[in-house]
Design a binder for this molecule. Structure first.
Ligand code: ATP
Ligand code: MG
Length: 451
């Protein structure tokens, strides 16, 4: 038994059974269907190496099956069976990408030879695809999806810094995957079994954060009844992820500088300094350069953090990733539901590809999750996407047709208003639908003068 899977598309029952039998005797796994429509459904569920299809079929004909299959998987092999004397059909099928043809009536030995030859070609394709995959695998990280040039650069950066001790600064808009990248660096490094401790610097006030990070000694402040070790000591030998580093005050910036320069921490209330060996990965979506000019971020800390910077581009600048990300989230979230949704319609995909994604990948994930809930058919259709995506496309048309162009600010404002209307003014729900944090929504509303 070899590993090849063959799909036979033939409406003549006798012929169908005969072909199946011959292929099975050769050791191939063979399935069969009696129409083109069924064949197209089937290839979405099973990965076939070769399709042998009759040209004349009820419903869509062999040529259409060929076209659709090659569109779905360019490497699938295709042999078309033509009626006696229909050389023209055979030639056009080959032009459309069929590997070979066989004319009725044929003898099974002839078919066996053609099938063998075609599958040898398939093996070559697989080998070169495997090689290509291995190359990509080298730079691929579990759970980080992307095929755009920009993401390839990110993968290479992760690969080249993961095993060093270098401080890494990850920058990018909200929802672009900064935390995901931080985790990939740690969990693909030699430190994977050591602790990885993420700290959200924006979540605590400065004093509390200092004591959480560096620990404190007994009596350092009211309530400090015993000595307490901080996160830096707990993470010794591993990685600390300082998220939202742009949001820390000047006092803490000084303390971070000390860790980065000398590997030393000073527990709150203590004069003693302690050595720690921790790799620091920091992330921010703030404009640190402007903050330096405004004296709210230390220049020396900036230089210490900025040894290696990984920039995560916004999703609208890598639209090639939208399709695979959407499919990835569809598969992931289907597992939580009892639904059978096999694909995303081309209209829905085109709406997604035209939208600007202010909440980036997080927003895309939320929209797919929401679409799964609303969808009643077997594919995600445009109608289960939120109004914002439809508006985006009509606005794009406005642009092209030379109508009034709304400013991005106005667009954001309208969009937020629309979503708030949908949620009856509930900001927590609205921020979830928009794919941003509640605090980001507040900030945007303030900036857009919406309060
Ligand atoms: N390339 C990607 N592949 C798969 N999932 C992704 C990708 N990028 C982001 N995500 C998913 O999107 C969500 C947001 O990612 P993450 O939390 O890393 O973003 P972030 O940049 O840290 O955002 P914020 O600035 O708001 O904290 C997560 O659920 C994450 O798993
Ligand atoms: Mg984050």
């Amino acid at each position: 038994m070899n590993d090849y899977k063959i799909l036979i598309v033939e409406d003549d029952k006798k012929m169908n059974e005969g072909l199946q039998l011959v292929m099975k005797k050769q050791g191939y796994a063979a399935d069969s269907v009696d129409s083109g429509e069924k064949a197209l459904k089937k290839i979405k569920r099973v990965e076939y190496d070769l399709v042998i299809s009759d040209m004349r079929l009820p419903g869509i004909d062999g040529m259409e099956v060929l076209r659709a299959m090659k569109q779905y998987d360019a490497n699938i092999m295709f042999i078309i069976i033509t009626a006696y004397g229909q050389v023209d059909t055979a030639v056009s099928a080959m032009k459309q990408g069929a590997e070979d043809y066989i004319a009725k009536p044929f003898d099974m030995q002839e078919l066996r030879v053609i099938v063998k030859k075609t599958l040898e070609k398939r093996a070559l394709y697989i080998d070169s695809a495997r090689l290509q995959n291995q190359l990509q695998e080298k730079y691929r990280f579990k759970n980080i999806i992307g095929k755009s040039e920009a993401m390839m650069t990110v993968f290479k950066m992760i690969a080249s810094v993961k095993d060093s001790k270098t401080t890494v600064l990850i920058r990018g808009e909200t929802g672009t995957g900064k935390e995901l990248v931080a985790r990939a660096i740690h969990f693909n490094s030699g430190k994977a079994k050591k602790p990885y401790l993420p700290v959200n610097c924006a979540a605590l006030n400065e004093n509390l954060l200092a004591s959480e990070l560096f620990g404190h000694v007994k009596g350092a402040f009211t309530g400090a009844i015993t000595d307490k070790k901080g996160i830096f000591q707990a993470a010794d030998g591993g990685t600390i992820f300082l998220d939202e580093i742009g949001d820390i005050g000047m006092g803490l910036q000084q303390a971070f500088l000390r860790v980065l320069e000398n590997g030393e921490i000073q527990p709150v209330g203590s004069f003693e300094r302690k050595k720690v060996s921790v790799r620091i990965i920091a992330a921010t979506n703030n404009d640190l350069e402007t903050m330096i000019k405004e004296n709210s971020f230390r220049k020396d800390l900036y230089y210490r953090l900025n040894v290696v910077t990984i920039e995560l581009p916004p999703l609208r600048e890598r639209r090639r990733d939208i399709g695979i990300l959407a499919r990835h989230f569809l598969v992931r979230h289907l597992n939580d539901n009892n639904k059978t949704i096999e694909s995303i319609s081309s209209k829905a995909l085109s709406l997604m590809e035209s939208y600007d994604w202010p909440g980036n990948v997080r927003e895309l994930e939320n929209i797919i999750e929401r679409a799964i809930l609303f969808e009643t058919s077997r594919e995600i259709t445009a109608k289960s996407l939120p109004p914002a995506l439809h508006t985006a496309q009509s606005n794009r048309c406005g642009e092209v047709c030379g109508k009034d162009i709304e400013s991005l600010e106005q667009l954001s404002k309208n969009h937020i208003l629309q979503v708030l209307e949908m949620t009856g003014g509930n900001k927590t729900q609205a921020s979830k639908l928009l794919g941003i944090d509640r605090s980001t929504l507040w900030r945007m509303m303030r900036r857009l003068d919406m309060n």
